[in-house]
Design a protein around this ligand. Structure first.
Ligand SMILES: Nc1ncnc2c1ncn2[C@@H]1O[C@H](COP(=O)(O)OP(=O)(O)OP(=O)(O)O)[C@@H](O)[C@H]1O
Ligand SMILES: [Mg+2]
Length: 378
């Protein structure tokens, strides 16, 4: 007895029970010094201390608005419950923790250090708090499985490194507009309790001589000190600008430098590039990513699920699958827009339910919007 209950607290300190020469006295080394064990077995005592430390860590991180710390402490607490075979409690806690992001306090992204800016005072990156969670998204099972494995790997990055491997940390999300690429990047950041650092590719490339290198340096030194989900939207800009811009070579160098940093950083930050024109990316760029995830337009049953999800806060009395059938070709974002339009109409008309008339009107509006966009792209 005694030595089997070494307990890790808050992911950092160890509490170690030991016996003095007097043999009948048990002591424990804790974060706040050595204390005599009074009452119970040392294991019970240590667990008691460990548990109260976990709760303290939880409250402290909540008080500070430190969501990453809060997530860590909550996970430790859940693990502690599992160790004690309180599986039901652990599951309930996990379910609470997984509730939609907007109900959770988002991580604070205020930074003591000023954001890096160009010589003309334009921000080179923007910091955002993730608000979406995977509960807000309908994604195909294979996509969810890959994302879950990536989140898991990233969480266990220290253990990975201890075994001589690094987690997959540079990801490319490809797929049509409104299919959930940016939303998934945000939900991943939310799951990991990390802020999003959005990088403005166009702003980094400067027309001033030597400024691009200075901009990059500024970004790197800012990012170096923390963990982020680094997001590059419209990554295909690199391909799009190929023929047109004189500074295309510069753009390529910027991207190569960013990818190199991600490689070197192995990997306290997650790098996610998104593109809805993947054909514009050349093979050298594809190869740089650890993982590529393809997002698709939703099929009929996914459209029906999205509609149901986005109407979860209201009552409705129309046939979901009928409506989903009518939205052939709609992206997930367009289905969401239909749901929100239908709710707006319900409110305007002082109704208590979203009816088939509301949804038909919203689908018509959605279709009209699609036509306008299509015409503008010809
Ligand atoms: N698969 C999905 N399930 C539910 N809602 C979705 C899904 N995909 C997108 N949405 C909704 O549409 C919004 C816009 O989607 P998002 O910005 O992720 O699209 P995207 O793929 O990044 O598009 P783009 O290529 O234009 O940047 C999201 O914030 C979300 O609310
Ligand atoms: Mg996007």
């Amino acid at each position: 007895m005694g030595w089997g209950c070494f307990t890790r607290v808050g992911g950092a300190s160890f509490i170690e029970p030991y016996r003095t020469a007097a043999l009948d006295r048990w002591w424990a080394i804790t974060e706040s010094g050595t204390v005599r064990v009074v009452g119970g077995t040392p294991c019970e005592y240590v667990r008691g201390v460990a548990r109260s430390d976990l709760v303290k860590a939880l409250l402290r991180s909540h008080q500070r608005g430190d969501d990453a710390g809060f997530q860590r402490a909550a996970k430790d607490l859940i693990e502690d419950e599992r160790r004690k075979r309180h599986d039901l409690v652990a599951e309930q806690l996990e379910a609470i923790l997984d509730e939609p992001g907007h109900r959770r306090r988002p991580p604070q992204v205020s930074s003591l250090r000023p954001l890096p800016k160009t010589r003309d005072d334009l921000p080179l990156i923007s910091l955002e708090e993730p608000r979406l969670s995977f509960q807000d998204l309908v994604l195909p099972k294979p996509v969810i499985e890959v994302i879950e494995s990536l989140v898991d790997e990233f969480r266990q990055r220290s253990a990975m490194r201890a075994h001589g491997v690094s987690p997959r940390s540079s990801l490319l999300f490809v797929g049509p507009a409104g299919s959930g690429k940016s939303a998934s990047a945000e939900a991943m950041a939310g799951q990991l309790g990390l802020p999003i650092a959005r990088v403005q590719l166009a702003t980094i490339v400067s027309s001033y001589l030597g400024e691009t290198a200075r901009n990059l340096e500024q970004i790197f030194s800012f990012l170096e000190v923390g963990s982020w989900v680094l997001v590059f939207d419209e990554f295909d800009m690199l391909g799009r600008e190929r023929s047109g811009r004189a500074d295309h070579g510069e753009l390529r160098r910027v991207v190569a430098a960013m990818l190199q940093v991600v490689d070197d950083h192995k990997a306290d930050s997650l790098f996610i590039a998104t593109s809805n024109h993947p054909t514009l990316l050349d093979s050298a760029v594809w190869r740089r990513f650890d993982e590529i995830i393809e997002f698709e337009s939703p099929d009929e049953s996914a459209r029906s699920e999205i509609l149901e999800l986005k109407l979860r806060s209201v009552h409705y009395d129309f046939d979901l699958s009928d409506a989903a059938k009518k939205m052939e070709g709609f992206s997930a974002a367009e289905v969401e827009a239909v749901a929100l339009d239908a709710i707006r109409l319900m409110v305007r008309e002082l109704d208590k339910h979203v009816t088939s008339l509301h949804i038909a009107y919203a689908i018509d509006r959605g279709e009209a919007r699609r036509q306008i966009i299509r015409r503008s792209q010809v």
